[in-house]
Design a protein. Sequence first.
Length: 326
Amino acid sequence: MGGRAQAPKLAIILLVSTDWNSVLYCMNKMTLLSLALTVMACKSTTVKTAQAAHLETIENPILNPYEISAFWAYNKTVHAKFGTPRSEAMQKRKKYGNTVVMQRSGRNRLYDHNIFLKALLDNKISSESRENLGESFQGAVFLDIGSAILFGEGAETVRDLYDDKRIRSRLTLVASDINDRKSPKSMYVKIYEESGNKLPFPVVEVSMRMIQPKDFTGPLAPYLKKGGAVILRSSNSGPDLYYSQDDIKKHLTAAIVAFADRELFYIFGKFILYKPKDRMDFLVAGEFDDSVATNHIKATWEDIDWSKRTFNDGIRLNLQHLQYTP
């Protein structure tokens, strides 16, 4: 009798913050003793339904017509040059060092990103609605998509972030890679986990085609804090190089929905995309110098004196959206 007396109380507590329509639907096939577990399942269903609705209502992940036009034009060119099977096969016949010209990782290659992140976290970047954005991004989760965890020292561009104390102490850095089950040699995360050689930051598996909100929230679930900001990066990786325009659209839309209630930056190729917490679209907030980070012909990053490189050397903000104060 004691157990039965407690079940309704538990149900009442759980129902306080639960969508009533979902609960009433589920109550047709449950007992009071199973109510708690059923309510949790209903909440999960409600979230998935809401996300699906958002995916259907977002026509374009970037609403500004001039910004999306420039974004698609650049990505179409990059994909045609470097992201098709034919172009990839051609690049593999030309060698750079001990790898291909099209090598996509390497120490300091993305160091302009370090400069941007330090400026952001040091409260030097502001938006029209916020005096500075640094406060919102303190402690943010940073997901690097396609980190080349088996190349060189392992996730070398993430190592560049980790080795910088001003970044490491203020962001949760997460590297990622894929497990291509069609190719044993491309089961990168599995090979990494079995090697026993652990990197100093977490490594998660991501889908080869990240076009659903769960493709973002699933891998990051252990690291996300309620309401905390998120920074994504796909630079010289699957989404920015190899995805078709249709998949890029689905990918960006899924990211918006996944982090709908969060501040979000996405470093996508050479672009700095920014989604304020109260918007359901990206603003093209700036660009990185594409003669460095996304240069697939010459290793220009090796010739730069990074101790002298300034914010304005490598980053151009869209002043309609963001401003930099030295």
